[in-house]
Design a protein around this ligand. Structure first.
Ligand code: GDG
Length: 479
């Protein structure tokens, strides 16, 4: 076990499996539903790859194990590290800063120290299981120092990094006291993947401003330093996607279709069902959406007898203070709207603060006439793509924030600026009143786009760029 080596190693903060503890105290594993596993599973199987990550609970030390063919290498975090590295630096420094400081970012030196220490452990663990010349793909904002740490330890490796969240404009990024270390950390990779073209531009600009390196998109020329030779790094956009076929298949299943009808009936068969699905996060613009909806009710442009808004707000980061406040704020607003506009038979907002199985999500998408994605900033937003993939009936209208990465691809949606409440209200009314022919035309165009770039296409393009960057040796069979 100790000297097992792999040709392909994925490193992410969270492992793709969840630990489920039964009532009798026995623990088992369940694969988490994320698209990343689906995307990487074929490569993982083909190369007998391994996944390094944290299991999501503090103080649990586990040996590597295999779960449905996936080799899992767990990394333990202490309670202190969960507080400082994860809830602190990752979720209360980097997350708000990279989402344009919608809430202020908190800078604490002890959080940074913990971030460095935990990143080093991830790098050490990846270095220990990677074979000679292996490909290591590091994911997301919690692990931005890992690429350089890994390169210093193992110059033979091919290293990729993908950032799932936005990369901010330099004027904001420059707030970060450790801005140079983070940039240097990322430049340890051969390929730095970002969601949008604008994210890649922001990253390259930060490199120029802080380090003065020459950049010519998508290349960044990294000169020789005391510890590393000169290298050329690629930084470009790879917009992530979902497993379109699987999602569509789910939405086509008779059980899901029946459930969609049942949902509409349970809502009292209103003329229009509107839907929001988000982790309860301040980046998602749930408050802006509720404001627009309540003003439309107040002005009589919408009537509670005809329209219902279903808002799924799945619990998220509940120990972080800002998230506790957000929950209170949203729930107060929902209560007010329902108090002001609800009737005995009709609730204005159907608010659900819990997670649902994927089948129920697909049924909700199918049951909704209008999907509201009003993020104030979002790397991609997979919910928008799932809604489109689910709508095999070529119906439904997607209202999509231009501040979500998905807006670059989903151009036939009704694109909105969520800060412009009047514009948002007009778009909602346009969606509610849209004739069937236009709905079909737009949904067809959206579906074509989503099908062209599914998650398999995303991971293959990234791995191809990585293999090209490392001298074109296609170790992983990326097409
Ligand atoms: C980050 C970036 C980027 C949500 N509630 C339930 C549930 N979900 C699923 C959705 C969707 C996923 O969670 C959320 O993905 P998003 O992309 O919308 O947002 P983040 O969680 O913020 O993800 C984002 C993404 O990484 C990938 O790179 O797009 O920009 O912020 O798949 O369906 N799934 C189930 N029950 C729920 O209650 N089963």
């Amino acid at each position: 076990m100790a000297d097992e080596r792999f040709a392909f190693v994925v490193v992410s903060n969270r492992l793709p499996v969840d630990r489920v503890v039964a009532e009798d105290g026995s623990a088992s594993w369940k694969q988490s539903p994320g698209g990343l596993v689906t995307a990487l599973e074929p490569v993982m199987r083909q190369t007998e790859g391994a996944w390094v990550g944290w299991i999501g609970q503090p103080e649990i030390i586990l040996e590597p194990f295999t779960h449905s063919g996936l080799r899992i290498v767990p990394l333990a975090l202490s309670a202190d590290e969960v507080e400082h590295f994860y809830e602190g630096f990752s979720n209360d420094t980097i997350w708000p800063l990279y989402h344009d400081v919608i809430v202020p970012a908190t800078y604490h030196r002890e959080w940074w120290d913990s971030y460095v220490a935990v990143n080093q452990r991830f790098a050490d663990q990846a270095a220990a299981v990677a074979d000679i010349g292996a490909t290591v793909w590091v994911h997301d904002y919690q692990l931005q120092l890992v690429p350089r740490m890994l390169r210093l330890a193992r110059p033979d490796l091919v290293i990729g990094f993908f950032n799932h969240i936005p990369f901010p404009a330099y004027g904001l990024y420059s707030q970060l006291p450790w801005r140079t270390q983070i940039i240097e950390g990322l430049l340890g990779a051969d390929v730095v993947g970002l969601q949008r073209v604008s994210d890649a531009g922001n990253f390259s600009r930060a490199v120029r401003r802080l380090l003065g390196y020459t950049t010519r998109s998508p290349y960044i020329e990294v000169p020789r330093t005391d510890d590393l030779p000169a290298r050329r790094v690629i930084a470009r956009a790879f917009p992530i996607s979902i497993d379109v076929e699987a999602f569509e298949e789910l939405a086509r299943s008779p059980a899901v279709q029946a459930r969609a009808d049942q949902i509409r009936a349970e809502l009292g068969n209103p003329k229009t069902v509107m839907l929001g699905v988000d982790r309860l996060d301040y980046t998602k613009g749930i408050g802006h959406r509720l404001k627009a909806f309540s003003e439309l009710l107040d002005e009589g442009r919408l009537n509670v007898a005809d329209v219902t808004l279903v808002q799924v707000a799945s619990p998220s980061r509940e120990r972080v203070e800002t998230y506790k406040h957000l929950r209170d704020e949203i729930e107060l607003t929902v209560g007010r709207i329902n108090g002001d506009f609800g009737t005995i038979g009709h609730q204005a907002v159907n608010y659900l603060h819990h997670g649902f199985p994927r089948e129920e999500m697909a049924a909700l998408y199918l049951a909704s006439d209008v999907m509201l994605v009003t993020a104030l900033r979002d790397g991609m937003n997979l919910v928008a793509k799932e809604y489109v993939a689910a709508r095999h009936d070529e119906d439904g209208v997607l209202v999509l924030s231009e501040f979500a990465g998905a807006a670059d691809e989903l151009r036939s949606s009704l694109r909105i600026n969520p800060h412009d409440i009047d514009g948002l209200k007009d778009a909602i009314m346009q969606a509610v009143d849209m004739p069937r022919a236009e709905r079909r035309k737009r949904m067809r165009a959206l579906r074509k786009r989503v099908r062209e770039n599914d998650v398999g296409h995303w991971s293959r393009s990234f791995l191809r760029a990585l293999s090209d960057a490392s001298g074109g040796i296609d170790r992983l069979g990326a097409d």
